[in-house]
Design a protein around this ligand. Structure first.
Ligand SMILES: Nc1ncnc2c1ncn2[C@@H]1O[C@H](COP(=O)(O)OP(=O)(O)OP(=O)(O)O)[C@@H](O)[C@H]1O
Ligand SMILES: [Mg+2]
Length: 460
């Protein structure tokens, strides 16, 4: 597209050149005519002064002498007429003209094309008695000779201006085309599937610059959306897989659990076998919990959002967990200061908080530094920018830097095989995203990790 425009510039320049030449021709013609009229005036003035010089009353021989002495140029013409007798008394000038001219055909004042093929500007004067008339004609050649230098100078100057303006036009159009071509290339890259941010190029105008910027913004946005779609697709695929597997595992698991319960009810069972059965039951229950979590992860239609307070979530959790923490000698602290409501799905928010607490518990119980205090703080608050925030902080070992990038990936776990599914945080991530919030972690003040989420509060 951009290249096809170059011939258009050439055509434009030629068109301008044609206009320029036409303007030169028209103005030249007009100046020439003006000059000829001026010569006609000069001829009239010369004739008048010749007649005045001949005295009063004028004498023919004097008029003739004065006229003959006048500096008429080559190709000029002078006629002395006897008006009363209607005849030419004297004529100077080219032979062809004189022989072709009679009293009747002596040209009147003004510009004329004469019979000898030469244009002349005529002017005349009649003596006070009205008897004699002196007619002087100056040739066209003189007008050309006086006009040409001026004309050449003007054409030369105008030519320069023309070249300058064509050059400027070329420069502007080229710059503009270059910018448009850059935009075209950006669009082509996107069409070809390249969503990397293109380097910003200088543009020919502010409007084009703004356009480039918005194209770059658009690419960034599309890239984000693409990433989201990829992530969602991956999660969806995992979801389908997982729900199938969960279903298949749940049935045999229920059978194992059921039969082991039936067996342990038998009174004749040796104590050793009973202890083994307890292990079978405990592990089967754990497997059941994992499967329930997985089903929750793949649940298609969650209960709809309502207006909730974090306090409700937290009190539910702390009731459930306080005893458990006590049993494990974990110091549990609750700082519940959020008062605002948020439009959210209560069970989902509970699930995220629960995941945080489970992870924190695991972190403090499995802290490699043996004598470390086991300390967990659950905190809620309203942020100054209109969000409600929940955070769980622990005195565990913290998140090691090499794991940071993967924490929220499905199935990422650092727990020993069989202990964790690695789904807790990825499910939480999905939940908080769907609430338009943010989830993250940093180093807390207890020496371990602090996981938090924030979701928009409802306006009061
Ligand atoms: N409070 C924490 N302190 C240190 N590391 C943590 C903490 N919470 C999460 N992590 C790290 O993030 C990983 C992923 O957590 P996530 O909850 O997704 O899965 P998981 O806890 O390993 O498995 P599951 O939740 O199924 O038991 C954990 O394995 C752990 O390495
Ligand atoms: Mg977890």
């Amino acid at each position: 597209m951009a290249r096809a425009s170059r011939p258009q510039i050439v055509i434009g320049a030629m068109f301008m050149l044609a206009l320029f030449l036409i303007a030169v021709y028209i103005s030249g013609r007009a100046s020439f005519r003006e000059q000829m009229d001026r010569f006609a005036d000069s001829s009239r003035i010369a004739a008048t002064s010749a007649i005045l010089a001949a005295g009063d009353p004028p004498r023919l021989d004097t008029i003739d002498r004065v006229a003959a002495a006048m500096p008429v140029p080559d190709d000029g013409a002078v006629f002395l007429l006897d008006v009363a007798e209607r005849k030419i008394i004297k004529a100077h000038g080219p032979q062809a003209l004189i022989s072709a001219t009679t009293f009747e055909t002596v040209p009147p004042d003004g510009r004329h094309e004469d019979p000898d093929g030469t244009g002349r500007a005529y002017g005349s004067a009649v003596d006070p008695t009205g008897r004699w008339k002196l007619v002087i004609g100056l040739p066209r050649r003189l007008a050309w000779e006086t006009l040409t230098p001026m004309f050449e100078r003007n054409v030369f100057n105008a030519g320069w201006w023309y070249l300058l303006s064509v050059g400027a036009l070329w420069w502007f159009v080229s710059r503009w085309l270059k910018s448009v071509r850059t935009l075209e290339q950006i669009a082509a890259r996107v069409t070809a599937g390249d969503l990397s941010t293109p380097p910003l190029q200088p543009m020919a105008s502010r409007e084009l610059d703004a356009m480039q910027q918005s194209m770059v913004d658009m690419i960034t946005r599309v890239r984000e959306l693409q990433r989201q779609v990829v992530r969602q697709e991956r999660l969806a695929a995992i979801g389908v897989l997982v729900s199938g597997v969960a279903h298949e595992i749940n049935n045999p698991l229920q059978a194992i659990l059921g039969f082991s319960q039936v067996m342990s009810a038998r009174p004749d069972l040796p104590a050793e076998a009973r202890a083994d059965l307890a292990v079978i039951q405990r592990e089967s229950e754990r497997a059941g919990t994992i499967i329930r979590n997985l089903s929750r992860f793949t649940r298609q239609q969650p209960a709809g959002p309502t207006s909730i307070r974090l306090t409700d979530t937290v009190s539910w959790l702390s009731e459930m967990w306080r005893r458990r923490f006590e049993e494990n000698a974990i110091l549990f602290e609750l700082s519940d200061r959020s008062t605002k409501t948020a439009h959210a799905v209560a069970t989902e928010i509970q699930q995220v908080a629960l995941n945080f607490l489970t992870n924190a518990e695991y972190a403090v119980l499995n802290n490699p530094s043996r004598n470390a205090v086991r300390h967990i703080v659950l905190r809620t608050l309203d942020t100054p920018d209109g969000r409600v925030r929940l955070e769980v902080e622990d005195s565990g070992p913290g998140v090691s830097p090499e794991h940071e990038a993967n924490l929220f990936q499905p199935f990422f776990t650092t727990k020993p095989v069989g202990e964790g599914t690695g789904l807790g945080l990825s499910v939480s991530y999905g939940i908080i995203q769907s609430h338009g919030g943010a989830i993250g972690h940093d180093a807390g003040s207890l020496g371990g990790a602090r996981f938090y989420f924030e979701i928009p509060a409802e306006s009061p």
